[in-house]
Structure formats: structure tokens, C-alpha cells
Design a protein around this ligand. Sequence first.
Ligand code: AMP
Length: 399
Amino acid sequence: MKVLVINCGSSSLKYQMLDMTTEKVLAKGLAERIGIDGSVVTHQPAGKDKVKFERPMETHKDALDIIMKALVDPNHGVLKSLKEIDAVGHRTVHGGETFASSVIINNDVIKKMEDCSTLAPLHNPANLIGISACQEVLPDVPMVAVFDTAFHQTMPAEAYMYSLPYEIYEKFRVRKYGFHGTSHRFVTLKAAKLLGENIGNLKLISCHLGNGASIAAVRYGKCIDTSMGLTPLAGLEMGTRCGDIDPAILPFLYKKGYSMEEMDRMMNKESGILGVSGVSSDFRDVEAAAREGNKRAKLALDIFFYNVKTTIGSYVAALDGVDGIIFTAGLGENSSFSRQKICSGLKYLGIQLDEEKNKKRGEDIIITTPDSMTKVMVIPTNEELMIARDTVELVSKMK
Ligand code: AMP
């Protein structure tokens, strides 16, 4: 089965074409600046150079038209005809309390996704635009929605409820949802394989540490807590997001003259390691500045490592023990320095890092010594593959 995976943002559209008999990526690419001057599609067939198409793209449908042509182009295409596309998997952000797993998209699902849009006003409408554009371009192809929040729907109420008046939950469904669920699900399943254990016997803590960062506590394959909340702003300090702060800071700043829009922008775009360091939102830049003696860069990183360590600690409590800790995403997969810093504060878990293994990159690996009481793993995430697997599973059942 050949599956097209789509991740649609408000002005961008990422795609991967996968052959699911081998789980190999045939081509991938990105449409950027949709509806803005300078729109461009960058298309890359596996093992070949990237090709750029710089054309005006008013809508996501315009971008998809270019992508479809690229996929069947005699020079850089990977399909003979679009008929080879058996299914499309859509990355969708917020499934609210409605979606606890991936679903085949139909009118009812679209309506329910629209209802969830108030919970993710930036993301869900863009996802819906992507779905509708795809349905125009590939009208008879079955499509699947894979939700970032779904994996976390197994959290118990004591983990997902905020202690606001209960009516705030009843009226508006304000609660913790969590994000990066597809990534946490992918890496915890892989961790079980790497450890040679049944996921049903394992207590795992999955650390997705990238520009956006979250941690999930996963008991016997089911999420029981995670660090992001109603929105992806909660939890750890991130590239530009503040993570958890005292909520009373908002009315405090409001009285000082900051508007809601200014505070929203500040917390989402101007905080985190960018806001504290004043250097960059990119961990590589901040690590480099800290090495050169920049005190604020060092502080930004120290806050992050402290957040990760204390969140892991609270999830050890939630899980009543832990068998394995997983690092994934841009920083988690690539920064041996960060992993070493975080793990050096987890001696009470009997963690003994293997320095050499901690330096390796790009492979699933246990980076602790064989006698380490808790195993620490690096597992590159692959959300697109997880989306494609769900798509195959659901579409196969339709036939
Ligand atoms: P992601 O959002 O998963 O793509 O992760 C992006 C983040 O990972 C950026 O802040 C990068 O700086 C960080 N990152 C990627 N490679 C490295 C590295 N070798 N060392 C430190 N940070 C890295």
C-alpha cells in the first residue's frame, strides 16, 4: 500500500510518500509561504537531489496540485500515476475528548474536528483546509486523521483535570490534553522492542525534546500523564514558549499595561530559551553561546535541564517506578551534552550512562551500561511513519 502523509499548517504543507510494504519513504517535501509572496515547493525523491518549484500558490489546493505533478513527473516523480496513492494520512493536532485514536475521515469526523477547533484555533482549521484540499485533488482516496492528542486520552482524571471550578471543564472542556502523542506512541513502542520486552510490562518516560518539548509517562503502553496541557504552551521551557508559569503573572502584567495579544505573543514566541538567553530559540546556538561563557545562555539551558529532571522525577512518582527513559526529537536525539546533563541529576534511579554510546547518533540505542538500574534510550522519532501505519491499519479494515 502506498500512503501519502500530510502535515498541514496555516501557510505550509509537509508531505511524505511512503511505500508501506517496505515502510520506505519514496519522496518527501514541503510547500512554504502558501498564500504569501514567494511561495515554493521543495520536493525530494529518495536518494536524489531536491527540486524547487517557485510558483504563486494562493491556496493549499494550489500547493497540492504542484506536489501531485512532482510525484508523477518523469524526472523526479516516484509514481507512474496518482492512482498508485492508496490512502492519505493527515496529521491533525487536536482531537479534544472526541478522538482517542486515529479515524477514517468522513463528514461526521470533519464536523467533530470543526467542533474541536475552538481548542486549537491555530492548528485545527489549517488541518481541515489540508483535508479538504486533498479531497479535491484525490476525491476517491480514503483518508485517515491521526491526532496529536489521542494517545493522551488514557490519562486519568486526576492527571488531566485543572483545579479550576468544575463548571469551567463542563462548559468549555478546559483540561489537560497533551500533544506530541504520535511521537510518544512511536518511541515507546520502539523502546519495548529495543529492550526486548512486552510494552504491557513496561513503565516508560518519553522525553520529546525539540523546539516544542513534552514528556509523557507511559504505563504498560498507555499514557498516564504528560507535560503539555490544554495547549502546547504548558510544561517545559521550550524554544520560544515559556512552559509552566504562575498563572497570576498574567493579571499582574495586564495591570502593568500588557494587552492579551502582547502576553500571548510573549509567552508563545518570545519566551523559553530565546527569551531567557536573548541569543536564539535554537538549542545549538544557545549551547554554543553557553560554552563561550554567555551567562544567560547557560541559565536558559539550566532552567531547561532542571525542568526535564523534575518532570521525570514527578513521573517516576506517577508511575511508581520506571524501567526506561527515552530521549527523542531534535535535541533529545542529537545533543549528547543535554542528555548527559539531564541524566547526571538522575543518580537516584541508578542510571549509569555509557559515555561512548551517548555520543552515537541516528540509531535506536540504549545509552546506559548493562548494569544500569534504569535504562536510558535514544530513539529517533518518526511521526510520519506512525501516521502511515495507522492509515494502513484503518484502510485495510475498510476493504
Ligand atoms: P525539532 O523541533 O524536533 O526539529 O528540534 C529542533 C531543536 O533541536 C532545535 O532547537 C535544534 O537546535 C535542536 N538540535 C538539533 N540538533 C542538535 C544538536 N546537535 N545539538 C543541540 N541541539 C540540537
